[in-house]
Structure formats: structure tokens, C-alpha cells
Ligand binder design. Structure first.
Ligand code: PGA
Length: 253
């Protein structure tokens, strides 16, 4: 059974006190999770260790970094390596979020290096992909996303690809209040799964969780997550509100 994941992406929001209080409120809600459900919080670097301690006693609650360096170690001031993340027992790391691509110049090849380093260090990468509005308007979204997968992911072995989570996040839906329609999300998720099948095989494609991201909120989560190939969501804005995010977790199928 594929893992169904509700992942919070806090981005550069919340003070330490606000962040830990939010985490504690969500934990205290004592949501019943199924065996194949995971709740992941992608928190700012300075909060990682405390966040890990806070969720430690809750099965299926896991902590993610929002980014990592594409270099192993050395003279790269301000960077955080996957080895460092591993040393404090971080479980997941977002790789290639569209904001990293857009504002920090991350490209597909650099992201392939980040993925490799995550996997070497036992960290599950949540690989983000998705097209901009112009690409969709020209109906080029499939080839665009296929190229992101090919250049960043498809060098991985069968064993390695099974350790990756994919998040499809159409850029035009991130933080805009516009969500892809359920049909648009399902269509792209099915396309990604077919690309995985072509590159690997059907059994592998069937096991990889593909999350949807882009203006997911309590009011639309159930419908979006209900689609056959959508295995949960990567949630920005709505994950900063405990009540909203609790409802989103409850919407996992
Ligand atoms: P959003 O962000 O839910 O605020 O649209 C999603 C994301 O960027 O991961």
C-alpha cells in the first residue's frame, strides 16, 4: 500500500516559539492515523532538532528540512549538508521546491546532486516538480515535468527511486489561492506515474507516493486527495494554521 502523506511546508515563517506551539497543538489533537499515513513537517533549519524531539513519541510524525546543499562538505559558508541533517536524525528533505528554483537558481542537474546526497545519507527526498502558468497555457506541462524527472531523478537505480517521494506543484497554484482542478491534478499524477513506469516498471511506479501541492486547504483536501494517483499533499499557507492542517491530515485516504 502506498504511503499517504500530509506534508507541511512552513517556508520562512513563524518564530521558534510559534513553530513549536503549532507543532504541539497538532500533536495534541491526537488524530487517528492509518498505518500507511505519515505527517511530515518541513521546518526551518534552526528548529529541526527541537521539532524532532517534539514529535519523537508520535508514530508517523516526521520532520523534514526544506533544503540541503548540493555539496558534500567544505568551504560553502551558510550551506547545510545532508550529512549534518543525518547527524541530527532528520527524516526528509524537500528538494527542488519551485521557490528554490526561481529565487536561488537551482536547476535540474544540481537537484540530481542533492537527491544523491540525501539518499547516501538515508534521508527521504521530497522531490518537487511542476510547471509555470505559461507552460500550461501552451499545453507543454507534460513534457516540461517529464524533463524535470529525467534530468533530476531518472539516473537513480530501482532501489533508490523507491526511496523518493514526488510532489507535483504547479507553480501557478502555489500561494495564489488557485488550485489545479481535481482532474488536472489526477491527470498530471497519472502522467508522472506512467513516466516512472516507462523508466522503471509498473510495480515501482505503483509504490511511489506522489503528493499534490498548491493552495491545498481544509476545504479542498478531501477532494484532491481522493484521486486515484494523489497520495496526499505538500501544504504551504494552510499548514501554518493548526485547525486547517489538522483537517488536511484527516483528509488523507
Ligand atoms: P501553498 O504552498 O500551499 O501556500 O500554495 C505550497 C508549497 O509551496 O509547497
Amino acid at each position: 500500500m502506498r504511503k499517504q502523506i500530509a506534508a507541511a511546508n512552513w517556508k520562512m515563517n513563524l518564530t521558534y516559539q510559534q513553530a513549536i506551539a503549532l507543532l504541539q497543538t497538532i500533536i495534541a489533537a491526537d488524530i487517528t492515523l492509518k498505518e500507511n499515513h505519515s505527517v511530515v513537517f518541513a521546518v526551518p533549519f534552526p528548529y529541526l532538532e527541537k521539532a524532532i524531539g517534539t514529535v519523537q513519541h508520535r508514530k508517523n510524525f516526521l520532520i523534514s528540512a526544506q533544503n540541503c546543499s548540493d555539496r558534500k562538505s567544505g568551504a560553502f559558508t551558510g550551506e547545510v549538508s545532508t550529512e549534518m541533517l543525518k547527524s541530527i536524525e532528520v527524516n526528509f528533505c524537500l528538494v527542488g521546491h519551485s521557490e528554490r528554483r526561481e529565487y536561488f537558481g537551482e536547476n535540474n542537474l544540481m537537484l540530481a546532486d542533492k537527491l544523491n546526497l540525501c539518499l547516501v545519507n538515508g534521508i527521504t527526498p521530497i522531490f518537487c516538480c511542476g510547471e509555470a502558468l505559461g507552460t500550461r497555457e501552451q499545453n507543454q506541462q507534460n513534457s516540461y515535468v517529464e524533463r524535470q524527472l529525467r534530468e533530476s531523478l531518472f539516473h537513480l537505480t530501482r532501489e533508490e527511486i523507491l526511496k523518493v517521494v514526488i510532489a507535483y506543484e504547479p507553480i501557478w497554484a502555489i500561494g495564489t489561492g488557485k488550485t489545479a482542478s481535481t482532474a488536472q491534478a489526477q491527470e498530471m499524477h497519472a502522467f508522472i506515474r506512467s513516466a516512472l513506469k516507462n523508466q522503471y516498471d509498473a510495480a515501482i511506479a505503483d509504490q511511489i507516493s506522489i503528493l499534490y501541492g498548491g493552495s491545498v486547504k481544509a476545504a479542498n483536501a478531501k477532494e484532491i486527495f481522493g484521486s486515484k494517483d494523489v497520495d496526499g499533499g505538500l501544504v504551504g499557507g494552510a499548514s501554518l494554521n493548526a485547525t486547517e492542517f489538522i483537517e488536511i491530515i484527516k483528509a488523507l485516504k
